[in-house]
Unconditional design. Structure first.
Length: 154
């Protein structure tokens, strides 16, 4: 099984966003706490196998609108974050989790992906704190907002 580093998590996330929604994010100077404070939605997904992992996603309103518009083929101004924020965060968790499964197993069996789960602010903060101590944290952004992705053994 391949291990995951902060650099290849960052690369995996940016590549997935470019392919799925034509969204381009770079490293952000925002801290995980700043992204959590501004987040419009949070989601997590579990990866289960010989080792278990959890991926969490926290996304601000601007990135929700960009990602949802890219996936739906509409203008970002047409996206209602209240209506699409949670679904977008969940889809991001699902896509990133799937990419991690493929990378970690190199297409071999043994690691299964669960279903995305909505998180409230408190639970997202708790999982980000845990990942900050014993996992990986990736903060990406652009002029419209930020995305926080964490990855840690469960």
């Amino acid at each position: 099984m391949t291990t995951v580093s902060t650099q290849n998590l960052r690369s995996l996330v940016t590549s997935a966003l470019e392919r799925m929604a034509f969204v381009f994010l770079d490293d952000s100077e925002a801290t995980p706490g700043e992204v959590l404070a501004r987040a419009a939605a949070h989601a997590s997904i579990e990866l289960r196998g010989e080792s278990d992992f959890v991926v969490t996603v926290s996304v601000t309103q601007g990135v929700v609108c960009e990602v949802a518009s890219g996936m739906m083929g509409c203008d970002p101004s047409e996206v209602d974050c209240d209506d699409h924020g949670q679904a977008t965060a969940s889809e991001l968790a699902n896509v990133i989790g799937g990419e991690l499964v493929m990378q970690m197993t190199q297409y071999a069996e043994g690691l299964m992906i669960g279903l995305p789960q909505s998180l409230d602010d408190e639970e997202a903060g708790r999982l980000a704190d845990l990942a900050g101590r014993d996992g990986l944290t990736c903060v990406l952004g652009n002029e419209d907002g930020e995305l926080l992705v964490t990855f840690k053994a469960d």
